[in-house]
Design a protein around this ligand. Structure first.
Ligand code: ZN
Length: 355
């Protein structure tokens, strides 16, 4: 088999379900926006700033890791900043061959300079609309839906859930909770999840990244999550190829796992790409998807994640197609739209690559 290259992968259609808007800024944009609002950065040269983000996220220090988001969030407090970051996100993903993406962010983190929650969502949506239109004009079609995230240590989840439902016909496709897992179980936000279920809405929950099985169990069996953000610790319920009750349930119900290989290595949830549980979870036929999490902090892209996995596990186009179709089947947009992207975009492209 001829090894597939990063450049080949860029040209193949990909689908992305787990990517944070405040984790994917261009370094040069941070420098310009920070200068405009008088925000101090650790580096003002874009290349060095990009390296600083990856090094801080790699450092193993939670303090330094959190500092990275303090800088990105700081420049996303105005309509102009949010619009620009969203527009560039769409352009960068489209240039990387991503044809479908769900991008998440926490509106409550963008109110420091007086924007309302609705103004934050409007600015992000208009940025994505413009970015997608520009990409399409260049022949790169991408469909983007947003997920509104509530912070699990805060107490605004019901309000954010209602915001998500209010915008469901204008770009928001789902809801999520994020932030430190330990000490902040998903059941803390049960009211929000029950509300979303009554509204027939979709949500994923960050669970089973650093923290183990109880968090996954709560997310699914108490809160009713459609997908698991990461969910990588489900391997704690697998011995060899024998599945415990919870792992069996997750596999039997085809609950999608939003795995983020490079991010997991940086946070210590996996020792290396080659030892990442994605190998086992793929072999056991869980509903595995591949994701970027924070492209800036991990210095990564969808194509790079796919290339790292192809190299580490000897995977080829059939596995990359499987991950892509898994993601598209698990997307929060309507069934007919998912099917159209699978049948009209993904399958024909991979059919050519597989011959
Ligand atoms: Zn995440």
């Amino acid at each position: 088999m001829v090894a597939i290259t990063h450049a080949d992968i860029v040209n193949a259609p990909k689908a992305l379900l787990h990517d944070h808007l405040d984790g994917g800024l261009r370094p040069a944009t941070i420098v310009e926006l920070a200068a405009g609002i008088g925000h101090d950065l650790p580096e003002t040269d874009p290349a060095r700033l990009g390296d600083w983000f990856v090094a801080a996220a790699d450092s193993g220090s939670l303090e330094r890791y959190l500092e990275t988001f303090a800088h990105t969030v700081a420049v996303m407090q105005t309509e102009e900043g949010l619009h620009r970051v969203a527009r560039e996100c769409a352009l960068d993903l489209a240039a990387d061959g991503v044809v479908y993406a769900e991008i998440r962010y926490a509106p409550e983190q963008h109110l420091e300079r007086g924007l309302s929650l609705d103004a934050v969502v409007d600015a992000v949506h208009s940025g994505f609309r413009d970015g997608c239109a520009e990409a399409a004009a260049q022949g790169q079609r991408i469909r983007i839906g947003t997920l509104l995230t509530a912070m699990r240590h805060a107490a605004r989840s019901q309000e954010i859930a209602e915001l998500a439902v209010r915008y469901r016909d204008t770009g928001v496709v789902g809801f999520d909770i994020a932030g430190a897992e330990a000490g902040f179980p998903p059941t803390r936000h049960l009211d929000a999840f029950e509300y979303l279920q009554r509204e027939n809405f979709h949500f994923t929950i960050h669970a089973g990244e650093a923290f183990g099985l109880p968090s996954i169990w709560q997310a699914i069996q108490w809160c009713g999550a459609d997908r698991l953000g990461h969910g990588v610790r489900i391997v704690d319920d697998i011995t060899g190829s024998s599945l415990g009750r919870l792992a069996s349930y997750v596999r039997d119900k085809r609950i999608p796992l939003e795995l983020c290989p490079s991010s997991n290595v940086q946070t210590g949830a996996a020792p290396s790409i080659a030892e990442h549980p994605i190998g086992l979870l793929h072999d056991l036929r869980f509903r595995v998807t591949v994701n970027t999490d924070n492209r800036l902090m991990s210095g990564t892209s969808m194509s790079r994640e796919m290339a790292l996995l192809a190299e580490a596990f000897g995977w080829g186009w059939s596995e990359l197609q499987w991950f892509t179709i898994n993601a598209m089947k698990s997307a929060f947009i309507p069934y007919d739209e998912r099917l159209a992207i699978i049948n009209d975009v993904i399958k024909p492209a991979y059919a050519k690559l597989l011959t």
